[in-house]
Design a protein around this ligand. Structure first.
Ligand SMILES: [Zn+2]
Ligand SMILES: [Zn+2]
Length: 252
């Protein structure tokens, strides 16, 4: 499985992008950095976008991608998530007011986007991959994704707070090659992290204690403003955790 990091930060500045990963050529996970990083040809190859939750930093480029692909006659891009996440996108994002409803455009029978709801906890075939959405605790409906290709499995946490059950999912996964976990705030912002259902290095340490398997762990979704602080705290508390970098490509 080839994973290209398009963006891996929790805030956007020049040089840091919002979360988005390209898995193979046809599947993206979250849409924080699709149109600013992929060429026109690469955008045209996309068939599925897995969405962890409805927060704008994870969905914004669905809008711009749809707009970019208007000129090309092609099959619709599937916007994949659990029903409760897709319902929020329908009502509050691609609703004809914030952005055109590209699930009905340019014509209802040949739209640019299509919603593909998945039942939680059930594995589903998404292109070459097998994908299982796992409900996690955040401030809105949210899922992590267990993603399998051949004999490699990885898990992406999406945004999640303390006691998110992620390690339980990791403990039961077969052939787990990597765990990608969002760590957003430094330790001294634990209160804000708890209210916004995010993790700090210390909260991640508590989660990792529940892990019964040894697996590479990658931290992402660091808020750029606190990046150095979070990295130092991770080095001290959890030296085994690597922090993801933009433009990095990983193979599992
Ligand atoms: Zn969020
Ligand atoms: Zn986020």
């Amino acid at each position: 499985m080839k994973i290209r990091v398009l963006g891996c930060h929790g805030s956007e500045f020049s040089g840091t992008r919002l979360c988005s990963f390209l898995i193979g050529e046809a599947v993206a996970l979250d849409a924080g950095a699709i149109t600013s990083t992929l060429t026109k040809e690469e955008q045209e190859q996309l068939k599925y976008i897995l969405i962890t939750h409805s927060h704008l930093d994870h969905i914004k480029d669905i809008a711009f991608l749809a707009d970019n692909l208007q000129a090309k006659k092609r099959d619709p891009i599937n916007i994949v998530s659990i029903d409760s996440v897709l319902e929020i996108l329908k009502a509050h994002f691609l609703n004809g007011k914030i952005w055109p409803d590209f699930t009905k455009l340019p014509a209802p029978n040949s739209p640019i986007l299509k919603y593909l709801p998945l039942p939680p906890d059930q594995p589903a075939a998404i292109g070459e991959l097998t994908v299982r959405p796992i409900k996690v605790s955040h401030t809105v409906p949210a899922v992590a994704y267990e993603i399998k290709e051949g004999d490699s499995t990885v898990i992406f946490s999406g945004d999640c707070g303390a006691n998110c059950m992620l390690c339980e999912a990791a403990n039961s996964a077969k052939n787990l090659k990597a765990l990608f976990v969002s760590v957003s705030f430094p330790n001294n912002m634990e209160e804000i992290a708890n209210v916004s259902r995010h993790l700090t290095p210390r909260l991640l340490e508590n989660e990792i204690k529940k892990l019964k398997v040894t697996v590479p762990i990658y931290a992402y979704h660091l808020k750029t403003q606190f990046e150095e602080e979070i990295k130092q705290e991770l080095t001290t508390l959890l030296p085994q955790v690597k922090v993801l970098n933009e433009k990095e490509t990983l193979n599992f």
